[in-house]
Design a protein around this ligand. Structure first.
Ligand code: 13P
Length: 250
């Protein structure tokens, strides 16, 4: 049985003080709630204050990006040790917004994923097709290719990762994939994981759904056999709606 994981991707929202306050509210909403991994991923500059706020709670802390080098001349980037040093445990890698606006490719996603794993961070590796790709019948080939290339050569570390399936057409649009549509792609991702691994690995890896997941659709989405959690954007910016999604995962 895979433990569900609900992560909030705050994107470029909330100052450091707002982040700390939101985490306090989330902790209050989730008092006594267990059996599901809960993660918040605030902007990088908020992480230190967020680390203090999550301390001693069952809320895990994640970053939104990581560079593959240990240090060096990479202006604006953040290394694995900078994240682990302040208590970060997870990192989103290859979000579609980074692929779309910041030139991220499967190759750089793979390098960032490896750097995260080497540092003991859990990468939430994002894949997902555009509407154009879906409508032109390329969804399967695009997703298979993203999984194969982004997760290439992870060896024994593969079971530690989390995959996030985020159809780009469902992000921030209010247009959610139906539970059946999401389940179909999650099963495809699991079959692809089975092709690139051995033993029981493909059944261990958790696959989150992301794209307009809200309290009112979370139960049905999370009830699908291959949907092991959610990567939440808009609904993660309020404690009440985020907590409601966490509770839907139990
Ligand atoms: P929304 O939940 O706002 O659609 O965002 C999803 C997402 O991109 C999470 O990473």
């Amino acid at each position: 049985m895979r433990k569900k994981i609900i992560a909030g991707n705050w994107k470029m929202n909330k100052t450091a003080s707002e982040a700390a306050a939101l985490i306090e509210e989330i902790k209050a909403e989730l008092k006594g709630v267990s059996g599901v991994d809960v993660v918040v991923c605030p902007p990088a500059i908020d992480l230190k204050d967020a680390a203090a706020a999550v301390e001693g709670s069952n809320v895990g802390l994640g970053a939104q990006n990581i560079h593959w080098a240990e240090s060096g001349a990479f202006t604006g980037e953040i290394s694995a040790s900078m994240l682990t040093d302040i208590g970060v445990k997870y990192v989103i890698v290859g979000h579609s917004e980074r692929r779309q606006y910041f030139g991220e490719t499967n190759e750089t996603v793979n390098k960032r994923t490896k750097a995260a794993l080497a540092a003991g961070l859990i990468p939430l590796v994002c894949v997902g097709e555009t509407l154009e790709e879906r409508d032109s019948g390329q969804m399967e080939s695009v997703v298979i290719n993203q999984v194969r290339e982004s997760l290439a050569d992870l060896g024994d570390d593969l079971p530690s990762i989390v995959v996030a399936y985020e159809p780009i057409w469902a992000i921030g649009t209010g247009r959610t994939a139906t539970p059946a549509q999401a389940q179909e792609v999650h099963a495809l991702i699991r079959r692809t994981l089975a092709e690139i691994s051995s033993g029981n690995v493909a059944n261990i890896v958790r696959i989150q759904y992301g794209g307009s997941m809200k309290p009112d659709n979370a139960v049905e989405l999370l009830g699908q056999p291959d949907i092991d959690g959610g990567l939440i954007g808009g609904a993660a910016l309020q404690a009440e709606s985020f907590a409601a999604i966490v509770k839907a995962a139990i």
